[in-house]
Design a protein around this ligand. Structure first.
Ligand code: BES
Ligand code: MN
Ligand code: ZN
Length: 498
């Protein structure tokens, strides 16, 4: 879909969208439309329960005296509470309501809102961004969709006074949306199409944006001593991969920030086989890696002034004659040995080596990893927040706040030696499970055993990587969770001059 930001000149056809404040209070364009239609707009408001509350919408079809074929009134509620997220969601919901309405174009007017918490330029850009995020579809395997099942709208414009500044904001936001879309695509792809090597090929496409991409195969990882990661992929005929992506947007000497992702392209559980029902969900067990790839695309796409490293460990966890067995002992790159008591606790085994490798090679300012690590995380926090575990209060606070900014919440969970002890083992340096209790925490403790002094946070995204129910800017399916949050973290605190 083509999205533009243009001067406030009303269209002569298509759908026209205007915001309305609490109490049914029309803004400048709404008033003009009401006048041109000889009161049809205010009459429509009176003939319904529409009061301009947030989340209320009212369709006015074919009002006489107005060029547009239909006018959609969107409630904004209290104007003083309108912030960036509110307008973004306004743009997203507009798309959801009108994207397939039969018309070809949508124009959303963004009139100044007195006392709003978002500036006019940023507000207009955020509306366009919200519509973009909402317009995502994963249709590539739908060969029999009829035209009426697909969006009719091919062009959307946001109309605002002095559009140049808004256009500039939107350009950066649109690059982030490009990253989010890539993550959604990766997460949605089935495991017969997306497996370690094909996902590595997807990473390679980032070189078009000047991201340096290195792909390491099993032989090189074996040389590095990554016995923990390699053990997980051992039961799959698909070779494991590790991909290192680097974006150099700051000076050559600037210390990088690093992002690490769990990329289990399918998790059967291995010999500790998962039950059948719902196993198809484990195609998105590469969600953490997917977010890291999308984030690198976003950062490079908007030319962020930062040196960023993204490293993903890509494996398929399958049971076959060569698969790792419960009780096997593997040696990780760190030298620590692990008794694999449950082959389904595989994400931590992958991350152990990738985290170690990343901190050793890049000595980053901080390291954030993302992983669909534990089902217990969903039990604890549901689908509203990701779990956050960190050894550093400042980083934890920054992540929390960035999440609030973009509507991707993280909730901090505890770490302590008492939990860590549950991983102690009689026959090796540790076991890979800590028992049923506090399952997400013991998983995080396991990861921490592979992190030295570097500020680090682990985001357990098991509950947020996939959505069974959509939100204004997030259609059902792969969410692309974390791209926006981490982009925001970088933009706020880690770009040159900050
Ligand atoms: N990928 C799963 C966790 C998961 C479950 C993510 C459901 C998203 C939805 C992970 O590899 C796993 O299997 N974890 C086990 C750990 C257990 C064996 C200690 C789990 O959560 O049951
Ligand atoms: Mn598993
Ligand atoms: Zn898994």
């Amino acid at each position: 879909m083509k999205i533009t930001i243009a001067e406030a000149k009303l269209p002569t056809s298509g759908a026209l969208v205007v915001g309305v404040l609490k109490g049914g209070k029309l803004l400048a364009t709404g008033k003009a439309l009401d006048k041109a239609s000889k009161g049809a707009i205010s009459k429509a408001i009176k003939a319904s329960r529409f009061e301009g509350d947030k989340g209320q919408w009212l369709d006015v079809l074919a009002p006489a005296g107005v060029g547009a074929d239909r006018v959609l009134l969107g409630g904004l509620g209290d104007g003083k509470k309108v912030d960036q997220m509110a307008v973004e969601n306004f743009g997203g919901t507009t798309w959801q309501r009108l994207g397939n309405c039969g018309l070809k174009s949508i124009a959303i007017v963004y009139d100044p809102i007195p006392g709003a918490k978002v500036e006019l330029d940023m507000g207009a850009a955020a509306i366009a961004y919200g519509a973009r995020l909402a317009s995502y579809r994963f249709d590539k395997y739908r060969t029999t969709l009829k035209a009426k099942d697909k969006p009719s709208v091919t062009a959307l414009s946001v109309l605002v006074e002095g559009p140049a500044a808004a256009r500039k904001h939107f350009k950066a936001l649109d690059a982030v949306a490009g990253g989010v879309f890539m993550t959604r695509d990766l997460v949605s792809e089935p495991a017969n199409v997306l497996y370690p090597d094909s996902m590595a090929q997807q990473c390679k496409t980032l070189s078009k944006l000047d991201v340096k991409v290195e792909v390491l195969g099993e032989a090189r990882m074996a040389k590095l001593g990554m016995g923990s990661l390699l053990g997980v992929g051992q039961g799959s005929p698909r070779e494991s991969r590790m991909v290192v992506m680097s974006w150099q947007g700051a000076g050559a000497k600037a210390q990088p920030v690093a992002f690490v992702g769990k990329g289990v392209t399918f998790d059967t559980g291995g010999i500790s086989l998962k039950p059948g029902p719902g196993m198809e969900m484990m195609k998105w067990d590469m969600g953490g890696a997917g977010t890291v790839v999308g984030l690198m695309k976003a950062l490079a796409g908007r030319k962020a002034k930062v040196n960023a490293i993204g490293v993903v460990g890509l494996v398929e966890n399958m049971p076959d004659g060569n698969a790792q067995r419960p009780g096997d002992i593997v040696t990780s790159m760190s030298g620590q040995t692990i008794e694999v008591l449950n082959t389904d606790a595989e994400g931590r085994l992958v991350l152990a080596d990738v985290l170690w490798y990343t901190q050793k090679r890049f000595k980053p300012q901080f390291m954030v990893n993302l992983a669909t690590l534990t089902g217990a995380m969903i039990i604890a926090l549901g689908h509203e927040n990701a779990g956050m575990f960190s050894n550093n209060d400042k980083l934890a606070q920054q992540l929390h706040d960035a999440g609030q900014d973009v509507g991707e919440g993280v909730w901090r969970m505890p770490l302590s030696t008492a939990y860590d002890k549950k991983l102690n083992c009689a026959i090796a340096d540790m076991k890979n499970i800590g028992g049923r209790d506090a399952g997400s925490i013991t998983a995080a403790q396991f990861l921490q055993r592979f992190v030295n002094k570097v500020p680090w946070a682990h985001l357990d995204i098991a509950g947020v990587a996939w959505a069974d129910r959509g939100k204004p800017t997030v259609p059902k399916g792969g969410v692309g969770w974390g791209v926006r949050l981490l982009d925001r973290l970088v933009a706020k605190h880690y770009e040159d001059g900050k």
